[in-house]
Structure formats: structure tokens, C-alpha cells
Design a protein around this ligand. Structure first.
Ligand code: ADP
Ligand code: MG
Length: 303
């Protein structure tokens, strides 16, 4: 890994007796696009709030760019991180310009530095509207791009994006991810959560959270390989009464529309099993998607 910019060691966050995050450890390298995935309530936002200096961890140690988090030193951290929160991003009733002004004041930026940086960022997203436009009049995708710029205004080394594309139209999501990739290329570190698995494919590494615990961390390809090996199949029924496989030998039998994804428990008898299914099903071997990995590791906890 390149130089480590975020280091989390045995971090827990408790609310009363409830562990929102339990004993989590991971590192993030400079320039990485680091995806943080998990179902609702998994502890993603809580982790991000700690890493942005907004919430103290209950235990464990956290370092940002070599500086350890210590209560009272949050401001040192805050200057190094940008944060685009899940719920609140911009003031809807203020103009785009006013939102920038507000962020500049918050970070106490010098006026020249501020205007320079704002121009750079607006060029970066190719914003060509009037800055007096009120935020609520912007399309959702553009609003999120402005929010990204506001989060980057003080030129932080790392930016935390909490579900930045939730509810954004597909074409705008694609555009947003192009911006994320450009930012990473320019040396920024991106820490991002999303529920869209097609987006998660763009991450260099992914951390999977489940009920406050970190259950896997790897590149998308390694996650797929470690979870499934080569042994995932897609079955399309040849007729209405296609008989499902013998569940005693099945590890995964997951409907995808009219098709199923299948994996056997054991690699040894795969060929005869497949042969007996061919009468009823068209079978192709497939590469697992992150969706498969997610279902398997995050949602499939009672398997
Ligand atoms: N301030 C809080 N007080 C009590 N419980 C909280 C608080 N913030 C979050 N939680 C709980 O912690 C868990 C993790 O929440 P969160 O980090 O928001 O999950 P995610 O972002 O992965 O959906 C949830 O069960 C949530 O209800
Ligand atoms: Mg959240």
C-alpha cells in the first residue's frame, strides 16, 4: 500500500450498551478509492463521523495522516478531511455562491485562496451556471457535485463521501464517479459509501461492514475470488417445470429475475450435478458480481 493516510486500530463506538462499531481495524492508503459497504445500520456513518472528528470513539486508536485523534485536537484533523454527509450537504434555500461563502468562512480561508480554489473546483465539475442560482433549483446530480466541491474547498487530503449518489439519476451517478476517479488520480484519497454495487466496482479496495463489525476487506476482484472461487453458475430454466437442484449439495441458490445463481457446497461432484441439471436448465459459468459477494457476506448471515 502507498503511504497510509487513515489508520484505524481496534476502534469501537458505543451508544449506551449498544455497539454501533465494534473493534474495527483497517488502513487506507493515499490516493485510494476506498469503498465502505454494508446494509443500513452497519455502522458506516458512525465510522465516518469518528474519522472526521465529529464523534469520539469509545475505544481504540485512530490516526489521520500520522496525527492521532485526541479529544480537543479535532480541529487539526478537521483541516485535513473533507466531509459530504449522508443527510445534509448544502443549504437548499441559499444560492450556490452563498453555500461556498459559508464553507469558506467555516474553514477561515483567506479570500484569495478561497476564490482561487472555488474557481478550480467549478472548472473541475464544468459548472457553467450562475452562482446566484438557489440550490433547490439545481438538478440532484449537479447539487451533489456542488456539495463535493464544497467538501473539497479547503483542499483536504482525504474526503469522506457518505452515500453521495443516493437517489441520483443513473447518468449523473456515472458522471459523479468519473469525478471521483479524477480526484483519486490527482492524489486525493476518497473514502466513500454506496449501496450501488456497480459503483463499488470502481473502488481500489472495499471494506464490508456487518452489524458494526468489519467482515471483509479487499479489492473487488479478490473479494469475488475469495468468496466464490471459480464455481458460480447461472441457470436459466428451459421450461416452466424445471426442477431445482438437490438442496443437500447446494451452497447458493439465489433467484435473479427468471434465472438463478448456483454454487455447490463441494467442488468434487460438480460435473455430475451439472449433468443432471442440464435437461431442465441452460447453464453457464459466470464471474460473480459484487452484488453476489454482498448478498453472500452481508445479507446471507444465516447461511
Ligand atoms: N447517536 C446515536 N445514538 C444511538 N444510536 C445510534 C446513533 N447513531 C447511530 N446509531 C445506531 O448505530 C447503528 C449504526 O448506524 P450508522 O452508522 O448510521 O449505520 P449506516 O451508516 O451503516 O447505515 C444503527 O443501529 C444506528 O441506529
Ligand atoms: Mg449511513
Amino acid at each position: 500500500m502507498k503511504k497510509i493516510i487513515v489508520s484505524v486500530n481496534n476502534m469501537s463506538v458505543r451508544f449506551g450498551d449498544f455497539y454501533a462499531v465494534r473493534n474495527v481495524s483497517f488502513d487506507v492508503g493515499t490516493g485510494e478509492i476506498f469503498g465502505f459497504l454494508g446494509a443500513n445500520g452497519a455502522g458506516k456513518t458512525t465510522t465516518i463521523r469518528v474519522l472526521c472528528g465529529l464523534l469520539p470513539a469509545s475505544s481504540g486508536r485512530v490516526f489521520i495522516n500520522g496525527t492521532e485523534f485526541v479529544r480537543g485536537r479535532e480541529n487539526v484533523i478537521k483541516s485535513q478531511v473533507g466531509y459530504m454527509s449522508q443527510r445534509f450537504t448544502l443549504y437548499n434555500d441559499l444560492s450556490v455562491g452563498e453555500n461556498f461563502d459559508f464553507a469558506a468562512a467555516l474553514h477561515r480561508l483567506d479570500n484569495d485562496v478561497y476564490l482561487n480554489q472555488r474557481k478550480k473546483l467549478l472548472d473541475f465539475i464544468e459548472f457553467n451556471r450562475d452562482l446566484r442560482i438557489v440550490v433547490k433549483d439545481l438538478p440532484g446530480g449537479i447539487k451533489q457535485e456542488i456539495a463535493l466541491c464544497v467538501a473539497l474547498l479547503h483542499d483536504p487530503k482525504i474526503v469522506f463521501l457518505d452515500e453521495p449518489t443516493a437517489g441520483v439519476a443513473p447518468a449523473a451517478r456515472v458522471r459523479f464517479w468519473q469525478l471521483i476517479k479524477k480526484l483519486a488520480k490527482s492524489g486525493k484519497t476518497i473514502f466513500v459509501t454506496t449501496h450501488y454495487m456497480d459503483e463499488a466496482e470502481n473502488c481500489n479496495r472495499i471494506a464490508l461492514m456487518r452489524a458494526g463489525e468489519l467482515i471483509a476487506i479487499d479489492s473487488p476482484n479478490e473479494l469475488k475470488r475469495k468468496t466464490f472461487g471459480d464455481s458460480l453458475y447461472r441457470l436459466r430454466p428451459r421450461h416452466k417445470n424445471a426442477r431445482p437442484p438437490n438442496m443437500n449439495v447446494v451452497d447458493i441458490w439465489q433467484p435473479y429475475g427468471a434465472n438463478y445463481h448456483l454454487r455447490f457446497q463441494d467442488d468434487v461432484y460438480v460435473a455430475p450435478h451439472l449433468r443432471s441439471l442440464k435437461k431442465d436448465w441452460e447453464i453457464v459459468q459466470i464471474s460473480p458480481s459484487l452484488e453476489d459477494v454482498f448478498i453472500r457476506l452481508v445479507e446471507g448471515q444465516n447461511r
